[in-house]
Design a protein around this ligand. Structure first.
Ligand code: MTE
Length: 395
């Protein structure tokens, strides 16, 4: 029997808008002092059904009811920030390319828009998606099932920018710096990519999301998009790309987004030398139909959703209506894009008037299948148990 991933639901979060939540918590005054007005305007452009996981910094989760489309609307796309978005003047914001290059370059938004554009359809998932389901609990934002979404990202290939600046052959890494506003003593958000992933033709500096200019909360005027890798590589408010011959030694590389190299006992402390960076996403699925708690008439029911596996393809998805005792294979359908999730659907018979746990379990081209119990790790990354939705059939 597979345990329900909804067993422990965070109690404190409600589906209110960020503004409503701020007001309810008595933070409205603080908010208007500490955040630029354009952020307030942008925040209200988000779907009011988003789940507020944090007010400061603004972190919003997408409720599963808004994840039933192959392309996630911009208004519904989850938001993950470690600090505060900057006050952005799109006209003067620049991207510097420096380090191990023949001639350092600076690009404005207008410069990037003049360069050849590439569009990549990619699913972005936060490494901490599903953190709330780990036992024992781990610290951090208690994301449920919706820190994931798929968008069409348009921009300039990172490889084209690095070549324009004449990247040297001995560069091993590219450091990516975001222009967020730290809260207190937070170090600047600088992440790194190994050179091969930076030069991948699908790694972009994106200025558009689903055909619209990138909104502030998603990194305006431009951000990195690193398809297939966990979301923290996709640095927003990008202001510098540095070609380097060594690893970056800042907190966001050495102190976070790291995962034990061996399985560890739940609740243990893991030494820094026994951790490695999280990179590619694991195999995972999400049931978007029916919704948790649905009351259904007896008969045939379509179980549908999305499955993704980072750099690998989804090869099958199985559905169970009996808590994992038996499985039926789902049809893979809809648009197929290299770095995007894949739609699955299965019509199942739910005849008896009783409660059901509907499960989905994906397998990928590397042979990975969603585990019954994902490995516990200190930061609660990469939760990927089979998804579970509980419904009731009433005659
Ligand atoms: N970039 C900057 N500059 N600052 C951040 O806090 N968060 C990262 C990444 N890029 C972050 C960032 C994380 S953890 C994730 S999951 C994605 O952005 C989320 O992208 P989104 O907010 O557009 O959904």
């Amino acid at each position: 029997m597979i345990r329900s991933t909804h067993a422990r639901r965070p109690a404190v979060f409600t589906r209110r808008t960020w503004i409503e939540t701020a007001a309810r918590m008595g933070l409205a005054a603080t908010v208007s002092h500490s955040l630029p007005l354009d952020l307030l305007a942008q925040a209200t452009d988000k779907d009011p059904r988003l789940i507020t996981r944090s007010v400061r910094p603004p972190d919003f989760e997408t409720p599963v009811e808004l994840l039933d489309d192959f392309i996630t609307p911009v208004a519904a796309f989850f938001v993950r920030n470690h600090m505060l978005p900057p006050a952005v003047d799109k006209g003067s914001w620049t991207l510097a390319i420096d380090g191990e290059v023949a001639s350092p370059e600076t690009f404005s938004l207008a410069d990037l828009r003049r360069m050849p554009a590439t569009t990549v359809t990619a699913t972005i998932e936060c490494a901490g998606n599903g953190r709330a389901f780990f036992e024992p609990p781990v610290a951090g934002i208690q994301w449920g099932r919706g820190a994931v979404g798929t968008a069409r990202w348009t921009g300039v290939r990172v490889v084209d920018l690095l070549r324009r600046a004449g990247i040297r052959r001995d560069a091993t890494h590219v450091w990516m710096a975001g222009g967020d506003r730290p809260m207190g003593a937070q170090p600047a958000f600088v992440r790194q990519l190994p050179i091969a992933k930076a030069l991948d033709v699908d790694t972009l500096v994106a200025h558009s999301m689903n055909g619209e200019p990138l909104p502030l909360l998603h990194g305006s005027p431009f951000r990195v998009v690193v398809p297939a890798w966990e979301g923290a590589y996709s640095v927003k408010w990008l202001n510098r790309l540095t070609a380097a011959t060594r690893e970056h030694d800042g907190f966001w590389v050495t102190g976070s987004y790291r995962y034990p190299t061996k399985r560890v006992a739940p609740g243990s402390v893991v030494a820094a030398q026994d951790m490695a960076p999280v990179s590619g996403l694991v195999v995972k699925s999400l049931i978007t139909q029916p919704l948790e708690g649905a009351v259904l008439a007896p008969g045939r029911v379509t179980v549908a959703g999305f499955a993704w596996a980072g750099e690998y393809d989804i090869t099958r998805v199985d559905i169970s209506v009996d808590g994992g005792a038996s499985w039926q294979s789902a049809r893979l359908t809809g648009e197929r894009a290299k770095h995007a999730w894949r739609r699955f659907e299965r019509s199942v018979q739910l005849t008896r008037p009783e409660a059901y746990a509907l499960l989905s379990r994906a397998t990928d081209s590397r042979g990975r299948t969603q585990p019954v119990l994902p490995a516990w790790n200190p930061a609660g990354y990469l939760w990927n148990a089979p998804d579970v939705v509980r419904v009731e059939v009433r005659s």
